[in-house]
Design a protein. Structure first.
Length: 131
């Protein structure tokens, strides 16, 4: 018999110097307990979309025809945009057209996705002719 020690772990330790694919040098590995992205995004930091959604839902008082109405900022923005477009403001007309086109495209996409899902549930073909 030989005098070799019995090894229970066949994988080399990180300190043995195996460097290559999926085996970075020990000096460049993260220390235990240290984050891989120490200056990353703070927890609780919100993106633009939730902040914008929250601001547009806030209510404001708007005077229309001598009366004061309460409406969301988003609704007031759309009313003002439509009013300017109606009076002939070219930028407002362009903005209204862009908004309506985006809304139409978004609605079309959602209905097509729903229609495809509905057809697949019933085992119909994609165009709905064979059920």
């Amino acid at each position: 018999m030989s005098d070799q020690p019995i090894s229970t772990n066949k994988e080399p330790k990180a300190t043995e110097g195996k460097v290559g694919y999926k085996h970075p040098p020990v000096t460049s590995q993260f220390r235990k307990g240290q984050s891989g992205n120490p200056r990353g995004r703070r927890k609780g930091q919100r993106n633009l979309a939730p902040v914008l959604r929250e601001v547009l839902r806030q209510t404001v008082k708007v005077k229309r025809g001598g009366k004061t109405e309460r409406m969301s900022k988003g609704e007031a923005l759309i009313q003002m945009l439509l009013s300017k477009a109606h009076s002939g403001d070219a930028r407002a007309i362009e903005a209204v057209l862009v908004l309506t086109e985006k809304n139409r495209a978004d609605r079309y996409t959602r209905t097509e996705i729903g229609r495809t899902r509905e057809l697949s549930i019933y085992g119909c073909s994609r165009n709905g002719t064979v059920c």
